[in-house]
Design a protein around this ligand. Structure first.
Ligand SMILES: Cc1cc2nc3c(=O)[nH]c(=O)nc-3n(C[C@H](O)[C@H](O)[C@H](O)COP(=O)(O)OP(=O)(O)OC[C@H]3O[C@@H](n4cnc5c(N)ncnc54)[C@H](O)[C@@H]3O)c2cc1C
Length: 410
């Protein structure tokens, strides 16, 4: 059986000072933000806040200076991210570009593409969205049917994406598009793990290797004629994801990212970046903070159930943090810890998804929950939003299939 590695990492010198700097900035900026807004953190689109981070060099902070980056280490970036998320900062506007679109451009982009997009991302002037999922292509991403046809003037793209986070505000989408005939090929043997996981990752019939061919990534500016964005309100009425329709959208030849037909491999290489960060276990952190506040309130009594919940949560959080940090360290060392990243996401999502239900159980057992208290508001919000934690970025079942395959168990 193969195994996995979560070697401990050593934080670089100066980390504590940097952490203190970020905390001081966040104290000034977020002083009066209501608790339920803090509970949404990386879902909240706030371009003004992103630009404030940009002015400090905190977007694209690991990228080369010639593209607007600050050439700081991946572990310093990790410190920044965990402080932003722990404080519930509204980081949704630049999150996708900073986490994966920028690195994809650095890896696969032409010099002209890098110069066009990276400095604008680092300045908080260009926001990205991810155009992978379609109505019949979520876990089974190889079923993508949005089609690109090469013409003399550029690529004509027609089709539909769905669940596209912040498509209504983003400037550019990296879209996965079918440009070859792979989808028409009859399924046969098992194929490589899918970016979102995919039926093929689980070895389900339907995942032939050819289906992963003929896919290409494009940089599509969202103001191009022929694009229609239709918001989808979520359970609590927030609008952050969308349907996106493409009707013969003309995309210039020089907006093809990487190589024609290599879209699958390129998406796959983003996996570990998308799955292993602190956003995969801190989505319920605002609730954890409110629970601590309730436990520490003057005159408040802490039940045994509450003590157990807090003690377990601290132990789990600490473990997840060490694992996630380890993946960040491996990425910084140039490795691709795909299995470890999937493990972090699966365990992290399980933790952040369970916390609201565990808190509710404690509340039922006697924690005083006044209707308008921050704790009650955050709990109500997270009970409704937490089901999505194990869907976005690849579902639980799919991740477990990838982990099993990575360990040689299937
Ligand atoms: C908040 C949020 C934001 C998102 N943002 C984006 C975005 O910006 N861009 C984007 O492209 N996508 C985005 N998505 C889409 C997300 O990637 C998909 O929802 C996810 O990959 C699952 O696909 P699906 O919704 O089609 O569900 P399905 O693939 O239909 O899955 C439904 C259920 O069946 C299970 N299942 C599927 N196949 C198998 C199998 N072979 N074996 C066992 N179980 C299986 C799944 O685990 C799941 O429980 C977002 C989703 C959410 C919830």
């Amino acid at each position: 059986m193969q195994t996995f590695a979560f070697d401990p990492v050593e934080m670089p010198e100066g980390t504590s000072e940097f952490r203190a700097e970020v905390r001081a900035f966040l104290r000034d900026e977020l002083g009066s933000a209501p608790a339920e807004r803090r509970a949404n953190s990386w879902s909240v689109f706030d371009a003004t806040f992103s630009r404030k981070l940009a002015r400090r060099g905190w977007i694209g902070m690991t990228w080369p200076k010639r593209y607007g980056g600050s050439e700081r280490s991946a572990l310093e970036r990790y410190v920044l991210l965990e402080e932003l998320l722990a404080a519930g900062a509204p980081v949704g506007a630049h999150w996708i570009a900073d986490r994966q679109s920028g690195p994809a451009l650095l890896r696969y982009g032409t010099e002209a593409q890098r110069e066009r997009y990276l400095p604008a991302i680092a300045q908080g002037e260009c926001f990205f969205c991810i155009g992978m999922s379609e109505p019949n292509a979520g876990s089974d991403l190889a079923s993508v049917r949005t089609r690109g046809v090469k013409t003399g003037e550029g690529w004509r793209i027609t089709g539909q994406k769905v669940w596209t986070t912040h498509a209504q505000q983003a400037h550019t989408m990296i879209a996965l598009v079918r440009t070859g005939d792979g989808n028409d090929v009859a399924p046969e043997a098992p194929a490589a793990p899918a970016p979102r996981g995919g039926a093929s990752a689980l070895g389900r019939p339907g995942g032939g290797p050819k289906r992963h061919e003929g896919l290409t990534q494009f940089l599509i500016d969202m103001n191009t004629p022929g694009i229609t964005v239709r918001p989808i309100p979520d359970l609590v009425g927030d609008v952050h994801f969308n349907e996106v329709f493409f009707d013969e959208v003309l995309v210039p030849h020089d907006r093809l990212l990487g190589q024609e037909g290599q879209g699958w491999q390129q998406c796959t290489s983003e996996l570990s970046l998308e799955r292993s960060g602190p956003e995969r276990y801190l989505s319920s952190h605002a609730l954890f903070v409110e629970l601590l506040r309730a436990a520490a309130a003057p005159g408040g009594r802490t039940s045994e159930a509450m003590q157990q919940l807090l003690g377990c949560a601290v132990a789990e959080l600490w473990t997840l943090r060490q694992m996630s940090l380890s993946v960040a360290g491996q990425l910084a060392a140039g490795r691709d810890p795909a299995v470890e990243a999937a493990i972090v996401k699966d365990l992290g999502n399980s933790f952040e998804q369970a916390l609201p239900r565990r808190a509710q159980a404690v509340a039922d057992a006697g924690l005083a929950l006044e209707d308008d208290a921050p704790l009650a508001r955050v709990l109500a919000l997270l009970l409704q939003t937490s089901p999505s934690f194990s869907l976005r970025g690849g579902t639980r079942e799919i991740l477990r299939g990838i982990i099993a395959r990575g360990l040689g168990l299937r």
